[in-house]
Design a protein around this ligand. Structure first.
Ligand code: C5P
Length: 402
């Protein structure tokens, strides 16, 4: 439901700006209160009069010549907005926001606001694929909780074909509607999320681990907190900043993770185990650094506790969700794990696919449930996938968001 929602649309200077007029019009038709900020460059593509007519509000373009009826403009707009949609979000806007540069009304307002920010990127394919842009998107998503929607692929205005097209206004409106519908559906629930890899020590300086970045779990933790849940995030070592308002429990090894999960398990309604837990650990962890005295050595390993399987045995009314990263027979293994670990749902990824699984910003795969249901998830941003997973879990406890 968008009725009555206060939405600030920020329009940056890109050819896709012409689509923002349609976006504003569609948001208005859904009953949202819409205000618009345009950057100076956006004014080269579309006029403020168009957006003022469609939004029914004066359009702000400049820090220093503002509509007289607003207070200190960037502060009043920042406080007014419940949602900020930046469409199109250019590489320039994304770069400035990620670097903390607030040199115009839009960047200043966004930085001064606590509203949920949805960025809808649109730019040339090579720009989008530039690692600096990727880094900035990742930084905004992980440190500031920005949600990125798109870009889509197709024929671009610059003549290239590839990723960089702004998502269509109808799809943006649907996406924002889903977010607003979902927004408090986890109120009163306690969600335990595990994330990241574990490290299994060989000696004080060496360890066995895997390439899990933690992004999927951190995205789920942040999205669940945004929906009103109390979230306990138990994470192996990652480079990520824990999302705001989660209870963060850092751990190192699988045994540490087991202990931390067991400490919190009883308080939880939902457990989502995205962590890539090491199945084995060295039988002996030396107190001193191992010396290279022999040409060959062999390593004895012992099994780690299977945390999720253990939780499955003492499940009660809890909802248990597992992840399965596989390289072959992913659906068969996933079905098997649902049974063996007594799960309600599992998200299975084929880690051999580019853009899926470990250390990627995107993910794809299948969601399977204990009733035999299965849904394919096409490649998407991990935050978007987090929201789909949370929608599915909400159906299980009777809060259907669809
Ligand atoms: O059996 P497998 O490791 O493939 O299962 C993956 C799922 O089980 C993930 O959700 C993972 O977090 C969880 N797991 C666990 N404890 C382990 C191994 C995996 O909780 N020791």
């Amino acid at each position: 439901m968008l009725k009555g929602k206060r939405i600030l649309v920020g329009i940056c200077g890109g050819i896709a700006a012409y689509k923002s007029a349609d976006l504003v019009s569609r948001l208005k038709k859904k009953g949202a209160c819409v205000k618009v900020i345009m950057t100076k460059n956006a004014g080269e593509f579309i006029t403020p009069i168009t957006l003022a007519s469609l939004s029914g509000n004066k359009v702000a373009t400049d820090m220093f010549s503002c509509p007289q009826d607003w207070d200190i403009q960037h502060i009043s707009l920042a406080q007014w907005a419940e949602y900020i949609i930046i469409a199109p979000a250019t590489a320039n806007f994304i770069g400035k926001a990620a670097s903390g540069i607030a040199d115009d009304l839009l960047t200043t307002t966004v930085m001064a606001s606590k509203a949920m920010v949805i960025a809808v990127p649109a730019m040339n394919t090579n720009m989008y694929n530039n690692p600096i842009v990727g880094r900035n998107i990742e930084s905004l998503a992980t440190h500031n909780g920005y949600l990125f929607f798109g870009p889509a692929s197709g024929h671009l205005a610059c003549g290239d074909t590839g990723t960089g097209k702004m998502e269509e206004p109808t799809a943006i409106v649907e996406y924002v509607e889903r977010l607003t519908n979902a927004s408090r559906s986890y109120e009163g629930k306690t969600v335990l999320v595990t994330a990241g890899p574990t490290r299994e020590a060989l000696d004080p300086v060496r360890f066995l681990t895997n390439g899990s970045s933690g992004k999927m779990g951190y995205s789920i933790a942040g999205a669940a907190a945004a929906r009103g849940a109390r979230v306990i995030l138990i994470s192996g070592p990652t480079h990520l900043q824990p999302p705001a308002s989660v209870e963060f429990v850092p751990v190192v090894s699988a045994v540490d993770m087991y202990n931390a999960v067991m400490d919190s398990y009883k308080e939880c309604d939902i457990v989502i185990k995205t962590a890539a837990v090491s199945d084995y650990r060295p039988a002996v962890a030396y107190n001193h650094k191992m010396k290279k005295t022999q040409n060959e050595i062999s390593l004895d390993m012992v099994r780690n506790p299977d945390i999720l399987a253990q939780l499955g045995k003492d499940k009660g009314k809890r909802i248990l969700v597992g992840f399965a990263a596989e390289s072959i027979d992913i659906i068969e293994y996933a079905k098997d794990k649902i049974k063996k670990k007594n799960l309600d749902m599992i998200v299975a990824n084929d880690i051999t696919q580019e853009g899926a699984g470990f250390n990627s910003n995107t993910n794809e795969g299948f969601i399977l449930d204990s009733n035999g249901g299965m849904e394919q998830l096409t490649r998407m941003d991990k935050m978007e996938m987090a929201n789909i997973i949370l929608d599915k879990i909400a159906c299980l406890f009777g809060k259907d968001n669809q």
